[in-house]
Design a protein around this ligand. Structure first.
Ligand code: PLP
Length: 451
């Protein structure tokens, strides 16, 4: 065995990266790749930006690390205020962590502590949705409705998420979009009553489902109904914007499009934009005040590197870059173009069942039969095959598997960096079109070999 980095089972052997520039990556053999998914929907500004690197360098030579129980630091203070100023109303504090999973964990613990401090310690369970993802640590995976990633750990995880997904292409209530009465939002009430409101601490949801569902966008009224139900039963609302937050959907926070203010709001990925690992929990004034004044307020939430000056300076430079280059408006504009190019492309490929998304976050669901929406047999690993085929042509897309079970459900996510131009989007769709054709040819050749 060659000794080195543990890779798990990442599939096909991968090349070694050399450098990145804009939306492109170059491997050690000089091959070029278009990063059409910003890595893992994280490198939101693309690669090799000098101003972001410089912000990290300048902070590092001044002071890279101080521990939060010993010093406050100005970059983290500025960043907290900026994140709050861009968020829906009602937030008062920010806890910095180093990843999306840590943000979820911290929010779950805050919710528990909030109810304990209010003398309602029986409110100790969480509700979340099927077809969702909130992280790989045990608490975060426990609230995740990601069949594929839960598989093998079911016995030690919290029981599976119970609330139906807002998955219009495969409506769990069998409704056509024009007959929708937000049954999926109402399902939260059913779940709360089944468990007993006195036992439920919080409901956790992504505004647009990312990795698990490949860009599931709910109806415009969905989250206001969810907020009403949470308020009626005294259940906190935790909105996970680790993937959608800070621009991806054409707004600073995707939940702002639904005119809803959550109690806890999570960001990650795009906060450091690939230049530094970083996540954060935005805490509403109501919860912050409770946690800061209650007798058990000194309990521990943080992790060693949380809110270090260097990462905070980098994240500030990321937000500054988005503002200076007017990227939020640009994402909205480019998003509609991208969506229509993808939909046109879908016409040419019968294995595409659905194209959905918003801003620069789009999902393509693959099906064996478009009319009946029958998924592919899981053993065909279609999402992986499409990802590998695209990779071989020099295009990076992000596979999303297991929307229907740990075996069934294939989709890919497209999430180019915010700096992409119109021409880049044409280039991405052309190359994806070519990859679909290539995959279809391979499937045809494969089936001829079998029969
Ligand atoms: N929440 C959401 C919505 C995510 O998409 C992810 C990662 O994909 C996470 C949480 C976990 O983030 P991380 O991988 O940084 O721990």
């Amino acid at each position: 065995m060659t000794k080195g980095v543990f890779e798990g089972q990442v599939g096909s052997p991968r090349p070694t990266i050399s450098y990145g520039q804009g939306i492109y990556l170059f491997d050690a053999d000089g091959r070029r790749y278009i990063d059409a998914c910003s890595g893992a929907i994280s490198a939101n500004l693309g690669h090799g930006l000098e101003e972001i690197a410089r912000a990290g360098y300048e902070q590092a030579i001044r002071v890279a690390f101080t521990y939060r129980s010993q010093f406050r630091n100005a970059p983290a203070e500025d960043l907290a205020q900026t994140l709050i100023s861009l968020a829906p109303k009602g937030f008062g504090r920010v806890l910095f962590v180093n990843s999306g999973s840590e943000a979820t964990e911290a929010a779950l613990r805050m919710a528990l502590q909030y109810w304990q401090a209010r003398g309602l310690g029986s409110k100790s369970r969480f509700l979340s949705r099927k077809v969702s993802y909130h992280g790989m640590t045990f608490g975060a995976l426990g609230v995740s409705g990601h069949f594929y990633r839960r598989y093998g750990y079911q016995d030690i995880l919290w029981s599976s998420p119970q609330v139906e997904a807002s998955y219009c292409y495969r409506c769990p209530f069998g409704q056509a979009p024009e007959h929708c009465h937000l049954e999926c939002a109402q399902d939260l009430e059913r779940a709360i009553l089944a468990e007993g409101p006195e036992n439920i601490a919080a409901f956790v949801a992504e505004p647009i489902v990312g990795a698990a569902g490949a860009a599931l966008v709910p109806k415009p009224q969905y989250f206001s109904r969810i907020r009403e139900i949470c308020d009626r039963y005294d259940v906190l609302l935790i909105i996970d914007e680790v993937l959608t937050g800070l621009g991806r959907t054409g707004n600073w926070y995707a939940i702002s499009d639904f005119s809803v203010s959550p109690d806890l709001l999570l960001v990650g990925k795009g906060l450091g934009a690939g230049y530094s690992p970083m996540g954060a929990v935005l805490i509403s004034e109501k919860i912050a005040e409770n946690l800061e004044t209650s007798s058990n307020g000194s309990r521990i939430f943080g992790h060693t590197y949380g809110g270090n000056p260097q990462s905070a300076a980098i994240a500030m430079a990321v937000l500054q870059f988005i503002v200076t280059h007017g990227l939020i408006a640009q994402i909205r504009r480019l998003g509609s173009l991208f969506g229509s190019l993808l939909r046109d492309m879908a016409e040419r490929h019968p294995i595409i069942g659905d194209v959905r998304g918003i801003g620069l976050l789009w999902g393509i669901e693959l099906v064996a039969d478009r009319d009946t929406r029958t998924p592919f047999d899981g053993s065909l690993r279609m999402a992986d095959r499409l990802t590998d085929t695209a990779f071989a042509t020099g295009l990076l897309v992000y596979p999303s598997r297991g929307q229907l079970s740990h075996l069934f459900g294939d989709a890919v996510l497209l999430a180019p960096p915010f700096i992409a131009t119109e021409q880049n989007l044409y280039e991405i769709v052309n190359q994806l079109d070519f990859s679909f054709s290539q995959l279809e040819r391979d499937m045809e050749a494969g089936s001829r070999r079998i029969f």
